[in-house]
Ligand binder design. Structure first.
Ligand code: CTP
Ligand code: K
Ligand code: MG
Length: 181
């Protein structure tokens, strides 16, 4: 598979996992998931992980997967690149896995004494990949191994941090996010 084709497929396949974080930033607020509870002397997750943000993130990821599935045949026709359609369980694994990874990352941040909004290089950029890919493999095994070849996974691991840094910087400059990470 040509490299450009691999990049396009990796980006397309990951979009339902990329978009939830951004949707959560836009929709976030309201009751925190941990309800203000602490673990030891620190918050379990913190005020940055809310029910509304999480729900909006998952819904946005699922909606985008649906849209991409409708568009896939036409895009494949026009470009000759075999972009994938999303099975419902694959969409759920990608979208919910992304939000879950982000939540687990906050849990780890609080355990390591980082305040809400503090950066955790590496974890910030890849938390959602680390959970969404295994969860998708679990929920939609055949689909996952058909789409996420070794080459696609390699592109995802390289491309994701670059996209993450770029989109967060833009969200920060636009005043949508408090920190540029
Ligand atoms: N957000 C949310 N619910 C989520 C994830 C994000 O409401 N599950 C919203 C919150 O308003 C959050 C913002 O999106 O402040 C930015 O997300 P993120 O950078 O992940 O959270 P932080 O505020 O940096 O908190 P943490 O240190 O726990 O990552
Ligand atoms: K985060
Ligand atoms: Mg943050």
């Amino acid at each position: 598979m040509a490299i450009l084709e691999t990049i396009v497929i990796a980006f397309w396949a990951m979009l339902p996992a990329y978009v939830p974080n951004n949707a959560a930033v836009l929709a976030g607020g309201g009751r925190p998931i941990d309800g203000g509870r602490t673990w030891g002397d620190k918050r379990m997750l913190g005020d940055g992980k809310t029910w509304r943000g999480t729900a909006a993130g998952i819904v946005a990821g699922l909606a985008l997967a649906g849209l991409l599935t409708v568009l896939a045949p036409a895009v494949a026709d026009a470009t000759g690149i075999d972009v994938p359609e999303f099975e419902p369980l694959a969409a759920l694994g990608l979208a919910a896995g992304a939000m879950l990874g982000d939540i687990l990352a906050s849990f780890l941040k609080r355990r390591t004494g980082r305040q809400r909004g503090a950066m955790f290089p590496g974890l910030d950029q890849l938390d959602f990949v680390v959970v969404s890919l295994p969860l998708t493999a679990l929920l939609a095994r055949e689909w996952f191994f058909e789409v996420f070849t070794v080459g696609v996974v390699a592109v995802v691991v390289i491309l994701t941090p670059i996209l993450h840094v770029t989109t967060n910087m833009i969200a920060y400059k636009l005043g949508l996010k408090n920190e540029p990470w």
